[in-house]
Structure formats: structure tokens, C-alpha cells
Design a protein around this ligand. Structure first.
Ligand SMILES: NC(=O)c1ccc[n+]([C@@H]2O[C@H](COP(=O)([O-])OP(=O)(O)OC[C@H]3O[C@@H](n4cnc5c(N)ncnc54)[C@H](O)[C@@H]3O)[C@@H](O)[C@H]2O)c1
Ligand SMILES: O=C(O)C[C@H](O)C(=O)O
Ligand SMILES: [Mn+2]
Length: 540
């Protein structure tokens, strides 16, 4: 499609702003609509960064960046790519949590998102077409807003997680921003604060559940698949009772990915492998404790379990290495309210003399002596000093990952974990943490956030047009992050730094693409070339 005049200046995919040359201004009938001096993209970046730096808070900085995105996508991504480390916490988690909580009050621009209402299902197809006119959509991030990070149900306001995740896909892996679509399924909300807010922009009713809900999700999936064949469909922040059901329903037929289950599983396995590389221990010798065994917790557990089986343990042997703790305490086979994903990893009461006392994390840590403790509980401060000291008393290098997001929900602060273990803990957090000085050593803290892997995984799968996302491709992604950190350095991080996100996303993409080729899930033959060809770059 060819745009000119104000239509061109108002189209953020094609707008170059002050970088339109004299000839382009004439040709497109925008002469006189911009100041005469023609800027380069680098000058625009310099100017925008200067303004960005003057904003006082992360929220102000994010809003400023969103204005740039809304005006000029190329400039936004060039700027982002030059300041990845600095911008990640502003564009994405944790600042995105504030914009989601206040979406209806801050509302500025839909940012290319499509809002699909369960009350207007006859408009669904037209809405998808309206949102994408003339664009070839390859990648959708969809949420229903029920389980946003650890902050719960934010209804239609959850759309910002779809917007933010897609921005990271492009900044990290170079997915073409014209080929992506953020989607929110508005099925209502159970958030009382939103329901009683006149300015709330979503459907003012309780969530629709059960068959009606699943039929709506299916209508969306089938319509999107029809309109955009071979797209990569990324599900984000669905509620605990739906996330795994939806993934299981579609994963064998279409190119589908659940970030909270699979993405988090990959990055946590990668972090654990990085930690074991530092401690020189074996995965199959570890005792794993999942605290908060919901969507992410159970997804991670399954991934670590699969890795133990790949390393030679029988399924029966591998299961003995896992303990799940949720609201009920240690999960036993007779515990009420188990989810299907928890059931394979429950224990028997007969294994313990004091089974009835194992109702809290501290008692369980005392009883099972975990060597790995992963928190996805949404409960801040629950990795307390006595618990961590008890854990450290029974293992040389405790692996401790407080992964709950955003910052205010983390199970512990990295600094405290180092202090309580005298620098022995091998740590990764869900949100970025600055390096920590402790006893003369600088500790770099890895960020176990799925953002470190989902961009590469998506680009790799799309580059070769893979039929489905296989376990092999997922496993390959987890093993692609090794070897980047120098494990011999004191205070080395368990994962590579976010500052290298763009580089290692390509490593992940190439590995995943190669795996798809090896598994005959594509007709492509050259993984490296396919990834190179698929990669978009911000330039005029
Ligand atoms: N770092 C990452 O990449 C990443 C990825 C996904 C999720 N997360 C974080 O993990 C957290 C959980 O997300 P989710 O999607 O799995 O949510 P979820 O609701 O599916 O799971 C949370 C689980 O914690 C349990 N829980 C609640 N209170 C508890 C308590 N007091 N003690 C023990 N367990 C308790 C819940 O019963 C539930 O099973 C969120 O904070 C999210 O931000 C991080
Ligand atoms: O969004 C994030 O920062 C990671 C993860 O998907 C989450 O739900 O917390
Ligand atoms: Mn998520």
C-alpha cells in the first residue's frame, strides 16, 4: 500500500519524520509539513535519547518511548536496539505492570492492538482484518488478561502485555514489526476495582468461563489461522485453570507457544545449567523444590524433569528429585485441589514421619533439603533468612531463583540471598538486578525472564516456517544459552547479560531453526541463512 501526505506522516510503519529527504518530501506531498533541515536516523536517535534521559521516572520514560513508537516505528527500534539494557525494564517488565494497572486512565493509543470481545463475536473476523489491512501477519501475542505477571486479573488492560512482549521480539530478535499483531480477548474481568471504575475500558461483567469461554478462544484461533496461515501463536498470561488446557489443545496442530509454561521452563533450565556449570555439579544429583506450582511453576518442573530424563534417569527415578509446594503446603497425592500439571509430581505421605506438618515452605525445606529452590508463587519475601540458611546448611552452592514478577512480588532480593549464604547462592531473578558488591567480589545476577528466549525461539521457528513447536526445538533453545558467560570468573552470572540479548537471540534462533530442519518440520535446509533472511533491521 502506498501512503502520501498526512497519511504517510501518520503511518508509524512508514513515517521517517524529519529524515524524509527533500525528494521524498516532494514526491509524497509532504513538503512544508516538516522543518527544512533533513536529519539522519542517528541524529533522530540522539535527540530522542536526550529527551528520554530528562524524564524523571520509569513511567514517564515509558510513555515518552510509546509516543515515539506511535509516530515512527523505525526510530523506536533503532533507539531501543542501542539501549537494550536500559530500555528493557522501561518498555517491558517491571514498568509494564504499572501501565497495565492504569491502562484505562493513561489510555493514549491502541498501538496496533486488536480488542476482541466475547460479546461481539460476529465482529471477530472483521476486527482482525481491520487491524491488519495490507499486512502479512506472522506472529500474534494474545492474552485474556486473567493472570498478568503475578498481579492477577486486569481484564482488557492486559493488552499491554501483548504489546510489550512483541516489542521485545523485535528489539531482541529482529522480528519485522509490520508482521506482528497484539491481541486481547475480552471475556470480562473478576477484578472488582475495574468493574466499579466508570473509566474501565473493557466489558463490565464477570469473566465468562467453561464451554462458552473455550468456544470463543477456539473461534479466535481458527479465524486467525485462516486469515494468517502459518503464523506463530504466542499465548501470554492466561489464568492457571486455562493456560495448559489451551496449549495442550493446539500444540500438536499449529505453531503454538505458551510463554509462561514453555518460555519460563526454557530460561529456568538454562539458568540451572549455567549454575551447575559454575558449581561443577550434575543435574541428576539435584533436589528440586518448586514454590508456587502454578502455570509457570509446573511448566518449569516439567522442563527440568525432561532434562533429567534426557540425562539418563528413568522417569520413575527422575520424579524422586522433585517436590512441589503450593498454598496447601507440600503437594501429596491425596491433596485437595491438585491441577493436572501438579499430579505427576506429588509425593506420598508415607515418605515422611511428619507429613502432616509439611504445610509451609520452611518445614518442607527442613524435611527434603533442596539444592534448587525456584519461586513462582507471587508471594513477596517468602524466601526468608531462616529458610535460606537452612537450605544453605545442606548444600554447598544453593541454586535460588526468586522469579515472581514484577519487582514488588519477588520471593527475595538477590542481595539478601547473597548475604544469608555468605556469597554461596547461585541466583537468578525475574526482573533485572544491578551487580552486587559483597565481600570484595562483584556478583552479576542473571535474569531468568522468558524474554531472554522467546524472541529467538519465535524468530527461529518463523524463519523456517516450522509446522509446530516441538519439544526438541524447545530443548535446543534451553541449551543455546550456555558458553556465553565465563563461569570461572568470581561472581559470574548463571545466565548471559541482557546487554547481549540481540546477539544471543540469533544464536537461539539458529539452533531452533536447525532443530526444526533435523526433525523434518520444515522444507528449509539452511538454518543460518533462513534466520539472516528473516531478520528485520531498523533503518530507512
Ligand atoms: N521470570 C519469568 O520469566 C516468569 C515467567 C512466568 C511467570 N513468572 C512469575 O511467576 C509468578 C506466577 O505466575 P503464574 O503464571 O505461574 O501464576 P499462577 O497463578 O498460575 O501460579 C501461581 C501459583 O502460586 C500459588 N500460590 C499462591 N499463594 C501461595 C502461597 N502463599 N504459597 C505457595 N504457593 C502459593 C498459587 O496457588 C498458584 O499455583 C508471577 O509472579 C509471574 O510474574 C515469571
Ligand atoms: O512478563 C514477564 O516479565 C515474564 C513472565 O511472562 C511473567 O508472566 O512474569
Ligand atoms: Mn507472562
Amino acid at each position: 500500500m502506498k501512503y502520501e501526505g498526512l497519511d504517510l506522516l501518520n503511518n508509524h510503519f512508514f513515517n521517517k519524520g524529519t529524515a524524509f529527504t527533500k525528494e521524498e518530501r516532494k514526491e509524497n506531498h509532504i513538503e512544508g509539513l516538516l522543518p527544512p533541515f533533513v536529519q539522519t536516523l542517528d541524529q533522530q536517535v540522539e535527540q530522542a535519547y536526550e529527551n528520554y534521559s530528562k524524564k524523571a521516572t520509569f513511567l514517564d520514560k515509558r510513555m515518552y518511548l510509546m509516543d515515539i513508537f506511535n509516530e515512527n516505528v523505525t526510530l523506536f527500534y533503532k533507539l531501543f536496539s542501542e539501549h537494550v539494557n536500559e530500555f528493557m525494564p522501561v518498555v517491558y517488565d517491571p514498568t509494564i505492570a504499572d501501565t497495565i494497572e492504569n491502562y484505562s486512565h493513561f489510555f493514549l493509543d491502541p498501538q496496533n492492538a486488536v480488542y476482541l470481545s466475547i460479546d461481539d463475536q460476529d465482529e471477530l473476523e472483521a476486527s482482525l482484518k481491520n487491524a491488519t489491512k495490507g499486512r502479512d501477519i506472522k506472529l500474534i501475542v494474545v492474552t485474556d488478561g486473567e493472570g498478568i505477571l503475578g498481579i492477577g486479573d486486569w481484564g482488557v488492560q492486559g493488552v499491554d502485555i501483548s504489546v510489550g512482549k512483541l516489542m521485545v521480539y523485535t528489539a531482541a530478535a529482529g522480528v519485522d514489526p509490520k508482521s506482528v499483531l497484539p491481541v486481547v480477548l475480552d471475556v470480562g474481568t473478576n477484578n472488582k476495582e475495574l468493574l466499579s471504575d466508570d473509566l474501565y475500558m473493557g466489558n463490565h461483567h464477570q469473566r465468562v468461563t467453561g464451554d462458552k469461554y473455550y468456544a470463543f478462544v477456539d473461534k479466535f484461533v481458527q479465524t486467525a489461522e485462516n486469515l494468517f496461515p502459518n503464523m506463530y501463536l504466542h499465548f501470554e498470561d492466561f489464568g492457571r485453570s486455562n493456560a495448559a488446557n489451551i496449549l495442550n489443545k493446539y500444540k500438536d496442530d499449529i505453531l503454538t507457544f505458551n510463554d509462561d509454561i514453555q518460555g519460563t521452563g526454557i530460561i529456568t533450565l538454562a539458568g540451572i545449567l549455567g549454575a551447575l556449570n559454575i558449581s561443577k555439579q550434575k543435574l541428576t544429583d539435584q533436589v528440586y523444590l518448586s514454590f508456587g506450582a502454578g502455570t509457570a511453576g509446573a511448566g518449569i518442573t516439567k522442563r527440568i524433569f525432561d532434562a533429567m530424563v534426557e540425562e539418563g534417569l528413568s522417569e520413575e527415578e527422575a520424579k524422586k528429585h522433585f517436590y512441589l509446594v503450593d498454598k496447601q503446603g507440600l503437594l501429596f497425592d491425596d491433596t485437595e485441589g491438585l491441577t493436572p500439571e501438579q499430579k505427576p509430581f506429588t509425593r506420598q505421605r508415607s515418605e515422611f514421619d511428619n507429613a502432616d506438618e509439611l504445610t509451609n515452605l520452611e518445614a518442607v525445606v527442613k524435611a527434603v533439603h533442596p539444592t534448587i529452590l525456584v519461586g513462582t508463587s507471587t508471594q513477596p519475601g517468602t524466601f526468608t533468612e531462616p529458610i535460606i540458611k537452612e537450605m544453605a546448611a545442606h548444600t554447598e552452592r544453593p541454586i535460588i531463583f526468586p522469579l515472581s514478577n514484577p519487582t514488588k512480588l519477588a520471593e527475595a532480593k538477590a542481595e539478601d540471598l547473597l548475604k544469608w549464604t555468605d556469597g554461596k547462592a547461585l541466583i537468578a531473578t525475574g526482573i533485572p538486578v544491578d551487580p552486587i558488591e559483597y565481600n570484595g567480589v562483584t556478583y552479576n545476577i542473571g535474569q531468568a525472564n522468558n524474554a531472554l528466549v522467546y524472541p529467538g525461539l519465535g524468530l527461529g521457528s518463523l524463519a523456517v516456517n516450522a509446522k509446530v513447536l516441538s519439544d526438541g526445538m524447545i530443548n535446543k533453545a534451553a541449551h543455546s544459552l550456555g558458553g556465553i558467560v565465563d563461569a570461572t570468573q568470581p561472581g559470574a552470572a548463571v545466565l548471559p547479560p541482557v546487554s547481549k540479548l540481540d546477539k544471543f537471540s540469533i544464536t537461539v534462533a539458529e539452533g531452533v531453526a536447525q532443530q526444526a530442519i533435523d526433525e523434518k518440520l520444515t522444507s528449509a535446509t539452511d538454518a543460518k541463512k533462513a534466520v539472516e533472511d528473516a531478520k528485520w533491521e531498523p533503518k530507512y
